[in-house]
Structure formats: C-alpha cells, structure tokens
Ligand binder design. Structure first.
Ligand code: GAL
Length: 838
C-alpha cells in the first residue's frame, strides 16, 4: 500500500509494509499512524506519581477503559537533581514506564516541557537552574536555552536508543515542547517570539519522526501543532487549516489546595465536554488526569498543594476504579469509536434542531454518524432528526453511530456507582518512640552560617530540605518594663513564604502560613521577654516551590520582610539587620532519622499518653506488619497537624490536616463547570489519608517515621485499607422514553439502552447484603435511595437470590424478571444498593 502524506514531516511518500513503520504525521482530520487516520483517546498518568509496581495495573485499566494513548510529562528536576547527574531509577524510570505502556498496547505522548506546571515543585525545573549565572527562564536567554536543549536532547536520545519512537517500532507517537506559553506570553517580554520559534526549531531538528505539539500556544510555528487545554475545548481551532484539532488537557477534576475542599467534576459534564469536542471534528483528546496519583516526597509544587493528586480522576489516587466516572467514560469511548469511520468520511454538517439544540452529521463512503445536542441547562427537549423523534436530557449529547440509534447519551449514566471507604487494616502500629528536635540546636554545633540581615531561604537550602532556621538574640535591660499598659511586647515577622514556627526562649508562640495564591504572610503575637539575652528562633518552611507564572529566577522564599519587636520602653526594635544565624534543615534530617540506616543515631524515648502528645518539633517512630490482602493502604493522620512521614525510608510526603474551608452545596452537572463549582469535604481536613504503596512494605516490622512540627497525637495514627464497601447501580426498563412519545411520535424511537444493572465488588470481595432494591419509581443518590409511589415488593428478595455471595451479578430491569408490573404505563427504573465485604 502506498500512502501519500501531504504533511510537514520527514517522509513525503512512504511505503508501508507491515513490518516497516511509517513516520507519524497528520492532516486536518487527525494524526496519521502507519498511513491511517485515528481518533485517539488519551489519558495522563505521571510516572513519578505512582510506582513501577502499579504501572502495569494502571495501564490495564486504561486500556480496558478504552484509551489508546498514555500521556505523561517528563519531570526534569527529578531526573537531573544536580547539573549532569541523572536519576532514572525506581519511579523515575521513564523508559520502563514507556515500555509498560507499549506492552499493554498503548501509545505514548511524551510531553517534555521542560516547563510542565503540573502542580509539581518549581514547575519541573531543577532548583540549580536558578543559580546559573545570567539565567532568565522561558525566554530568549542563552544560559536557559542551553540547559533546556541539553535536557530535551538527553531524553530524546534515550528514547531513540531504546527504540521507543513509533517509526522505530516503539509506542511514542507525539511529543510536546514547552507548556501553556501563550497563557502568560505577555509577561515574558519582547523576546517571547524568538524563544518560541527557537524551541520549536530545536525540537523539530531532533528528528524524532513523530510530530511535536505546543499546548495553549496559538503562535506555534509549523510544523508544531498547537493544542487546547481546558474544561471545554469545542471552541478551539488550530492555527493552520492543515493541523488536526487536539485537546491536550481535558480536566477530569482539579488539583487540591490545602485549606480548600476537594473539587469534583460530574462525569456527565465531562462526557458532554468530550462529545462536544468530537462532534466538531476533534480527533485527539487527553484526560488530565486519568490517574492523578500521589505527590510523594517533596515533589508537589504550588506551594500548599496536597500530597494527594487524586484529581477526581477515573482511576483514583490508589489505583482503584472510580465509578461511575470510569465506566461512563468507557461507554462514551465505545460510542465514539463506533463513529470513527464516519468521522473520517466527511467534514461535519451542522443542522440546527432548535434554539439550543443542534446536530452534527458526518456522512460519506456509506457511513453516517450523528451527534444530537441539547445545551439547555434545565429541561429535556424533544427533537426531530431524520424523521425520528429523540428526547435529549438537559446539557447532553446523544451519539448515533448509524444516524438512527442512540448508543450513548452523555447525561444517562447506567454504570454502577461505588463508594470507597477507609476501613481498619487489622495491623496496628506498635513500639512508639520519640526524639525531640532541639530548638537550641543552633548553639549545639552543626552546620550553621552567620550573617548580618535576613537571607533568602532557597539560596541557602538549595531546596534540599523544607526547613531553614533563622535565629537571633536581643538583649533586654533588666529594668525594662516588660508590660506596657498590661500588654506584652509584640513580635511581628514578615515572610515571603511559605510558613513559620516561632520560638522565643525555647517556647513556641505559634505559626503562620501563606497560601498558594499569595505566599507572603505576616506573623504577629505577644511574647514573653526576660531581662538579659532573649533568643528568637524562627523555623521557616517551604511547602513546594511555585509551579506557575513567569520569571522563576526571581522567586524568593523565606523571612525577607521586617522582623519587629514592638512595645518596649523605647518603641519598636527592627531586628531585620541584626546578626542572624542560619541552619539548613533539621537535626533529624542530617542524621537520616527517617531511614532504617539512620534510625539508631539517637536515643529514642518511649511515647506515652503523658509525654507523647501535642508537642512541637518531634520525631516519632513505630513498627507495623503488612496487613493481609491486596487492598491499597493509607495512613490516617487526622490526629496529627503538620509535618512529613516516611515508611521504610521512603517518603510518603508532606502532611497537613488543615480543615477545608468552602461551600459544599448541591452539585448540578448542568451548566458550565469551573473548579470550585462542585466542592466536597467542607469542614473536614483537606487531606486526612496518605497513600502507602504496598510495594514499599515487607511482611513484618515496617518502620514508620513521622516528623511533627506543631504537635499531634501519634498514638491515634492508624493504618487503613481502601476498599469498595457500597455499590449502587441504576437503570431504566427497556425503551425508557417510549411512553413520552406514544401520542406524538410518527417515527420509531430507538434507544439501545442497557436495561440491566451490573454490580461488581472490589478484588477478593463479594456481595454480602442488599441494602436497598426497588423496581418502580425509586429516587435519591447512592447511600440515600428511597422508595417512590410505585415499588415491586419482591425487589430485594429476588436480587438477594441472584447476587448474594457473588463477586458480581446482573439483574434485568423488566416486568418479566420481577414477575409483575408494579405500575403499568409508568416508566420504571431499578435502583440497587449493595454492600461488599470480604
Ligand atoms: C494546566 C497545566 C497542567 C496543570 C493544570 C492544572 O494549565 O498545563 O500542567 O497544572 O493546569 O492541574
């Protein structure tokens, strides 16, 4: 077969024999792989946000969910922690990740950045880059471009050496250079254009044989494809008529910011967004994220991004399927794939079906597919298409792969909903011991530095740790009146970020924090002073370096404003220009207390309810055995405040149990989604559970180490398992809308609708109880279903017979199954809520 490829790629005419691979190229319809146009369904899974032991299972779930492509950023700062020193081990083993995708029949889109944003520390940049002389990030700056080119070339060469590009027989079909540059273009100054042109040329000249893309960059120069990122992308057209319409980030939910509730995006709206994109000719879409995972260690950026990067994605943080999101999207993918031949047979024909209703029809070469949409947010609407009637629920699209039968409607969810729960793991934490991180350590030797004035934090720590101690002293005359009008002197600290714990003469006076949007903050509190020397010790913390915006080289952290002591006899004293002593990191960090090797460097004390709780700056250790079973594990840290946690020397991440402040109202799937529209978990800790990957455990005596900054109760930390406990399913009886149309319909109304409910428990579980079952007119949400006026009394009994004791079962919503019609001429549905255990 000879394929003529009109495009801007290395090959103009390529002979494709089965064994020889063509370059990947594109036209206005789609990417073209081995001479074939393709609708490509993609999902982001970031390799360092899970671990190699999880990758295979994630890929299987992605493939089963109907994905063709796995998308990942490449995270420069984990691979090149110091200039020229590379790390591709463990969960940074990108080659293994790409090969795992290939093994499961998935293509890969490698988004190399190297700026990735991604709620990742410093947007993916290594911190050493900030200290390269003369550097200016993401602009036409020689030191920056040299470093960027060095890294991109390193990755491309690595992929080529492993034969991972599609023309070499590998899975990589696409790459991205830069990220969302257009979004902030103006802030990069006049050199922005030269930089973007340079980046495109540099990438293309690496001759990977697959196209390059730039997201949110409308000036992306040929042959680079500009792509859309967003909640909806149906408004998007590429910058040249010969480029395909690609959506590189379809946001499945949103990231979580500590102190705020959890964002959830209803799957009906997400499916609607995808169908809107495809009906207008979009041929590539990528779910950001398909599996969000975990910000292990200190990889989260922001600052104040939660350690969980769950993202309300179809596969949850722990690698478990989230229903109904996963199942509903899987059905959507099937429906879209049924339309594929028609989508490539012609361009779309637009037909208006009403004020807020329309159809996009693709017809040619004997194929016909149609998408019928209703943009009304409150009402279902009947439309007439090809002489047939169709009822369109609000804010939905029906997909008709043959222009007749509806195989899918974005608002009709027929897959099961499952409720995940944290349940006791059966394994207890024992032998708690503690070690106190001494506030007076600055006098105890160790590496310290003394300077006049306040110094920037990251220039001293180089981000090797979150912590930098700032310490100074002030002499108070013995005859100083310490109380003025009954008031104590006030200590005020201005910081550029991200948090501080304040100690005066060894006593803790509180903490203050910035936020993700504004890292600056002020601490102010009355303090007790004594005649003579008073020691002021400030533990300044970073909480993930900012990941967004221009001029990364100018970002400062730490106590850089004034430090003032007010209310003394002669007014305020500005300590900013005093002599300050600095110490990088905690003593416990220097001694590697978190690791099995460092654990015996100190004398640990036994923890009891009396001495063990609510003390600041404490290290704790305990041991536990791996719980039975395969369920994912987590630490319940509700009783703690803020710090870091490790298991067997591996960092689980930062924890902070700050409460989520926000409004959690009713979440309607209709109407435009935006982050903050559907909040959950208000008034609860933003993040209470911390994922402990099973693969980090040994059968017995696993070492848990916690560093608590503020004071918590370690004796209440628990190891829990994550499992499905409640599953719910619903479906309508056959031809759900037929009654509505009987009187008016001239044409035949068809709906290929699954009229069975499918119940499936998690791995190793079975259905142990039917908590609710009703065939009739029940209503309500999973966990709170209620009987309606019509109900078949034998519903529960029949379903128990079919399902109890089974891992999965199916029940038909029909009069014949229930041997009765509880309310003739009424459209009936079946709602079931079952308990899984095992
Ligand atoms: C996008 C960006 C992603 C991620 C996302 C929010 O704009 O490209 O990397 O940061 O926002 O989760």
């Amino acid at each position: 077969m000879v394929v003529i490829i009109k495009l801007l790629s290395l090959c103009i005419i390529v002979t494709c024999l089965q064994v020889i691979h063509c370059s990947v190229t594109y036209d206005h319809k789609s990417l073209i792989i081995n001479g074939q146009r393709k609708i490509l369904i993609s999902g982001s899974i970031h390799y360092p946000r899970s671990n190699p032991e999880m990758w295979g299972d994630l890929m299987i779930k992605a493939k089963t969910g109907g994905l063709d492509v796995i998308d990942t950023y490449v995270f420069w700062n984990v691979h090149e922690p110091s200039p020229g020193i590379y790390d591709f081990s463990g969960r940074y083993d990108i080659v293994r990740f790409v090969k795992t995708a290939a093994r499961h029949g998935l293509y890969v889109n490698l988004r190399m950045g190297p700026y990735v944003c991604a709620e990742w520390n410093y947007g993916g940049f290594p911190v050493w880059l900030k200290y390269v002389p003369g550097i200016s990030f993401r602009t036409d700056n020689e030191p920056f471009k040299a470093a960027m080119q060095g890294f991109i070339r390193k990755i491309v060469e690595m992929m080529k050496a492993e034969k991972l590009y599609e023309p070499q027989g590998g899975p990589i079909i696409l790459s991205q250079i830069e990220n969302e540059y257009g979004f902030k273009r103006k802030s990069f100054g006049p050199a922005e254009k030269a930089y973007i042109n340079w980046a495109a040329k540099m990438a293309v000249e690496l001759n990977t044989g697959v196209p390059w893309s730039m997201s949110k960059e409308e000036t992306a120069p040929d042959p680079v494809i500009n792509t859309c990122n967003g909640v909806y992308c149906d408004y998007f057209t590429p910058n040249k008529p010969y480029k395909p319409t690609m959506w590189s980030e379809a946001w499945t939910g949103w990231f979580t910011e500590l102190g705020l509730p959890i964002d959830q995006r209803p799957v009906r709206d997400l499916a609607f967004a995808v169908a809107r994109f495809v009906q207008k000719g979009g041929s590539f879409f990528n779910y950001y994220m398909y599996h969000g995972g975990t910000n292990f260690g200190r990889t989260g950026g922001g600052p104040f991004i939660s350690t969980s990067y769950d993202y309300d994605a179809p596969i949850d943080e722990y690698g478990l399927i989230r229903e109904p999101k996963y199942g509903h999207l899987t059905e959507l993918h099937r429906a879209i794939k049924l339309c594929e031949p028609a989508l490539f047979s012609s361009d779309a024909k637009y037909i208006s079906l009403g004020k807020m209703q329309n159809a996009y029809v693709y017809e040619g070469n004997g194929y016909c597919a149609a998408f019928l949409s209703n943009f009304e947010t409150n009402i279902a609407v009947r439309v007439m298409f090809n002489n047939r009637h169709y009822k369109l629920p609000p804010w939905s699209i029906s997909i008709l792969p043959d222009c007749k039968n509806v195989v899918f409607n974005t608002a009709e969810v027929v897959t099961q909903t499952s409720r995940m729960q944290m349940v006791p793991s059966g394994s207890s934490l024992s032998s708690w011991k503690s070690y106190h991180e001494d506030v007076s350590m600055l006098t105890n030797g160790g590496q310290s530095l003394t300077a006049v004035g306040l110094l920037e934090q990251i220039s001293i720590t180089r981000d090797a740790t979150d912590y930098l101690w700032y310490s100074t002293s002030i002499e108070i005359n013995p005859w100083e009146r310490i109380l003025h009008g009954g008031r104590r002197p006030t200590l005020t600290i201005h910081s550029k970020g991200h948090g501080v714990h304040v100690f005066v003469n060894g006593k803790r006076y509180g903490s203050a924090y910035g936020t993700r949007q504004d890292t600056k903050f002020t601490f102010s509190a009355p303090v007790d002073l004594q005649g003579g020397t008073n020691k002021i010790v400030l533990l300044s913390m970073s909480a993930g370096l900012p990941n967004i915006g221009p001029q990364f080289e100018l970002r400062d952290t730490g106590i850089l404003g004034h430090v003032l002591l007010d209310g003394l006899d002669h007014g305020a004293v500005d300590l900013s220009m005093s002599t300050w002593t600095y110490k990088v990191g905690l003593n416990g960090e220097t001694m590697n207390l978190h690791s099995p090797n460092g654990i015996s460097s100190v004398e640990w004390s036994r923890v009891s309810l009396v001495n063990g709780v609510r003390q600041p700056l404490k290290w704790y250790k305990a041991y536990f055995d791996a719980p039975q079973g395969n369920e994912p594990l987590a630490l319940d840290m509700k009783s703690m405040v803020r710090g870091q946690v490790w298991v067997n020397g591996q960092s689980i991440g930062r924890y902070w149990t700050i409460n989520a402040n926000g409004t959690c109202g009713v979440c309607r799937y209709t109407g435009a989604f935006r982050p903050g529209k559907c909040y959950a978990g208000c008034g609860e800790p933003t993040q209470r559970w911390y994922h402990v990957p099973r693969s980090w455990l040994k059968p017995t005596r696993n070492l848990l180490v916690v560093f608590e900054e503020v004071g918590g109760n370690v004796l209440s930390i628990n190891l829990v398992k994550r499992t499905h406990t409640l599953i719910c399913a619903s479906t309508f009886e056959h031809h759900p809308m037929i009654d509505n149309f009987q009187t008016e319909s001239t044409g035949e109304m068809t709906m290929l609708h699954d009229t069975k409910v499918h119940l499936r428990c998690g791995l190793g579980q079975s259905i142990s109880a039917i908590k609710f079952a009703s065939f009739g007119t029940p209503f309500g949400g999973c966990g709170s279903f209620q009987h309606g006026t019509c109900h078949a009394p034998n519903s529960a009994e029949l379903i128990e017979k079919t399902c109890l004791g089974k891992e999965s079962c199916e029940v038909m919503a029909s009069n014949s199954y229930f041997a009765t019609d509880p309310c003739p001429n009424v459209l009936k549905r079946l709602l079931v809520e079952a308990v899984c255990s095992g």
